[in-house]
Design a binder for this molecule. Sequence first.
Ligand SMILES: [Zn+2]
Ligand SMILES: [Zn+2]
Length: 346
Amino acid sequence: MKKMLLLVPALALILVVGRVALEIPAVQDALLARGAAGMALQGDRTQAANDSLRVYVCGSASPLGMDQAQACIAVVTPDHFYLIDSGAGSTQNINRLRLPTGRLQGLLLTHFHSDHIAEIYEVNLGSWVNARPAPLTVYGPWGVQEVVKAINEGYRMDRLYRIAHHGEALLAPELGVLAAQPILVGEVLRDGDLKITAYMAEHPPIHPAVGYRIDYRGRSVVVSGDSNVSANTVEIADGADLLLHDALSLPMVTALASSLEANGRSRQSKIVTDVIDYHASTASLIELSAQSDVGMVAYYHLAPVPPNSIAESVFMRDAPDNFVLTSDLMWFELPIGSDQIIVNQP
Ligand SMILES: [Zn+2]
Ligand SMILES: [Zn+2]
């Protein structure tokens, strides 16, 4: 007891001395240098990766989101890096995940709703600065040329500023201009061991909207973009290891719409009600998993993003054990030569 009584003032003294020391500029500078060194050493977290297919959630939210970035999924192997969509907030998550933007090979768009395309230019800029060796190609259904052309034109001044400031040796002008590549359903590209296939999504009245399946050395992931469950979904997901699917909780959306209506916010209530018919309900995804052989189903593009653990339980109601609710910065590792899917929480 006596020792304890002596310990308390000693700890208090250490805290006071520490607090005072942090006010001294030389101490601050030393800590700053240490922090900066730490930042400079932060590299590509995937460089040392074993050979595996890695899937990162750089945006888990729909526009009915809270504190989470909008749609963005990264697919990474030791030799590949593709992004699917780039909604608001996704670039910050790409940086937090320390993804290898210098070797980004393409941005695949599912459709052109703003929550999927808001940060196309930020993705372009980040990878340009990090020495991406070729212009960034933006793949997407018909209309991608128009979107890419507008972004290239709208950010022309930004590119001129940055080239003038940092020099052409650092920022080669031709590498700052996006390239558009319209796609059809079917095989989009083959890049060594990696194959990307597009399939038609069901997101009326938006047409065409697509989802993508990526196959790499026997492992596979399907990323839906925005879609109801359709026969196409069942077909493309069959045999896939991981299905990342747009998910809507009908109990939550219905409760939200009713509450908005009851509080005189009928415009917002209508908008919330309208989203029901063009996103996959959790019930429809549970049904899908019974109809197709899919290893794991991960809900993303959450409508709405559950704000607490009770809401998460509602979202995951009736979901089988192989279902996962994603959040920003979650990532999945699919080692080659196994059926394993390692879920890494942020
Ligand atoms: Zn959409
Ligand atoms: Zn969306």
